[in-house]
Design a protein around this ligand. Structure first.
Ligand code: ATP
Ligand code: MG
Length: 504
């Protein structure tokens, strides 16, 4: 390896440490990635300088966390760095060990140590325990040599694509159970896409130790579990990752609801079990957006609880709505942000939307957009494509879906929300002298439901006339009216869904 693979700002941080009399090496994921020929996401440096000492070497630096990490701000250098970014951060961490994981979440205390080798031995996997020492340029060469410090033979494991703990696996998982999930996360992240060969394997004693101690994951915080889960879901081989979680016994502590689908057969039209199909949808999900991938994985999670009957005649009425409720519970438990939970839940709730060319009206497409939001339509289509591909249907985007895209485009400027009506509450109060109150909103809702059916009614004058009529009615009948239109229509739309349930 020559030093040209190392960005100049990283070299200057190393040089500044050395100049101040400290040691410093490149370490962890970035060293691993260099041996893999990948561009490292971030650069970590390990040093014998204590955090305060590091802070004083670099004026533009700050404490990152309680574990001895200092962030040093440098010129932006990442290829994928946004041009507007003011700086990149290089993490400089003091040589340390972690001791006593009484709650299995965080080390009770980190202890700074004097040697690099002690620091390397606390790291999780051999591939992550390699350090690179960049030497000074010699007078005759501009290039700088690099010494590889690799006490646990990480390079060998990288070449053989093997994930192996540093030291005794059972003991290392006993210290920090999250490492079990990290092993699986790396195996799904480092492999090439599932369509190609060349996966990574977790070596046998490490895998066996995960199987033996899977229940320890119950002690790890949901936030840490969530972050590893998200990385698995966004990886090159997400379905393999989730299946591995299941086969070693971890999934039942993370998303037990998914396991309800194991061995649950579907009907005439499905060769796969519910669990296999959910995984299939994740495997073929065309989107790289976390929410969409989560929705693909969870889209049929409600099927086992809604299954009626057996064999080829079984039905799953309402599994979309039951699944949406379960999705919310799952993602809340994993402490996903509210915005993520809402979006995934919405996608699961609406994944069965009915669409058949010639049968579905523009108004029903407008109702779908009103329910889902124009901004989510593309994601909803991705979930549907994942659903299809995940059941072994060969064509990702049949004519039907392309036609729906065309319809969405066509109605995309039509009014689907109260905001898009040509009158608003203030008009009602000023022009019609309506008194402020909940009735105003109810009138607008009825107007909207009528305009969704027929956008040509969205004309100021005629809306005012209609509003005047409506204002004579009492509040509850107005609310019923708006609800009736929406629900009656939803029922019509759902009739299509019911037919689809039978075949889908
Ligand atoms: P990524 O490419 O995802 O950043 P990474 O290997 O850099 O991979 P990080 O989570 O950034 O992973 O951790 C940096 C390094 O810190 C790891 O390479 C490993 O040496 C060490 N490490 C991180 N988490 C643990 C852990 N739970 N137990 C032991 N060592 C860990
Ligand atoms: Mg990293």
């Amino acid at each position: 390896m020559d030093s040209s693979v190392i960005p100049a700002p990283v070299l200057s941080v190393l040089d500044a440490l050395k100049y101040a009399g400290y040691q410093g090496q490149i370490v962890g994921g970035c060293a691993r990635d260099l041996f893999l020929g990948r561009e490292p996401k971030d650069w970590d440096i390990t040093t014998d300088a204590k955090p305060e000492e590091t802070l004083s070497v670099f004026p533009d630096s700050f404490y990152e966390n309680d574990f001895g990490t200092v962030g040093v701000k440098v010129e932006p250098f990442h290829k994928e760095g946004r041009p507007d970014r003011e700086h990149d951060v290089i993490e400089v961490t003091t040589y340390r060990t972690e001791s006593g994981y009484s709650d299995m979440r965080r080390p009770d205390q980190v202890e700074f140590v004097l040697s690099l080798s002690e620091d390397l031995s606390r790291r999780d996997f051999t591939m992550n325990a390699i350090a690179l020492q960049v030497n000074d340029p010699s007078p005759s060469h501009t290039d700088r040599t690099i010494d590889v410090i690799d006490p646990f033979h990480g390079q060998e494991d990288i070449n053989r694509k093997i994930i192996r703990t540093v030291g005794n696996a059972e003991q290392r998982f006993g210290e920090d159970a999250l490492r079990m999930m990290r092993a699986i996360r790396f195996s799904s992240e480092l492999g090439s896409p599932a369509t190609e060969e060349s996966g990574w394997t977790i070596e046998e004693p490490t895998l066996a130790a995960i199987g033996k101690h899977s229940e320890l994951i119950a002690h790890v915080s949901q936030e840490r579990i969530r972050d590893e889960l998200s990385r698995i879901i966004l990886s090159e081989r997400p379905a393999e990752g989730v299946e591995l979680l299941r086969s070693v016994g971890l999934l039942r502590y993370i998303i037990p609801e998914l396991e309800e689908g194991v061995g649950i057969g579907q009907n005439l039209h499905h060769a796969l079990t519910v669990y296999e199909h959910n995984l299939g949808a994740l495997r073929y999900c065309p989107s790289r957006v976390l929410e969409v991938r989560l929705a693909a994985l969870l889209h049929d999670v409600g099927k086992p609880r809604s299954k009626r009957g057996d064999g080829y005649k079984s039905t799953f009425y309402n599994h979309d709505h039951i699944g949406a409720r379960m999705t919310k519970v799952i993602l809340q438990r994993l402490r996903y942000p509210v915005a993520v939970i809402d979006r995934v839940t919405l996608l699961v709730d609406n994944h069965l939307f009915y669409y058949n060319v010639g049968e579905v009206t523009e108004a029903s497409v407008r109702r779908l957009i009103r329910r889902v939001g124009l901004g989510n339509m593309r994601d909803l289509m991705s979930v549907r494509i994942a659903d299809r591909l995940g059941s072994g249907v060969p064509k990702a985007k049949p004519y039907k879906l392309r036609h729906l895209e065309y319809m969405i485009e066509k109605v995309s400027n039509d009014p689907v929300s109260v905001k898009m009506l040509k009158i608003n509450g203030t008009d009602l109060m000023n022009d019609l002298k309506m008194t402020p109150g909940p009735k105003i909103g109810a009138v607008l809702d009825v107007l909207l439901s009528e305009v969704i059916e027929d956008p040509s009614r969205n004309i100021r004058e005629s809306l005012l006339v209609r509003a005047k009529e409506l204002f004579e009615e009492d509040l509850s009948s107005l609310r019923d009216r708006a609800k009736d239109v929406i629900e009656e229509k939803r029922e019509q739309d759902d009739k299509g869904i019911k037919n689809r349930h039978k075949v889908a």
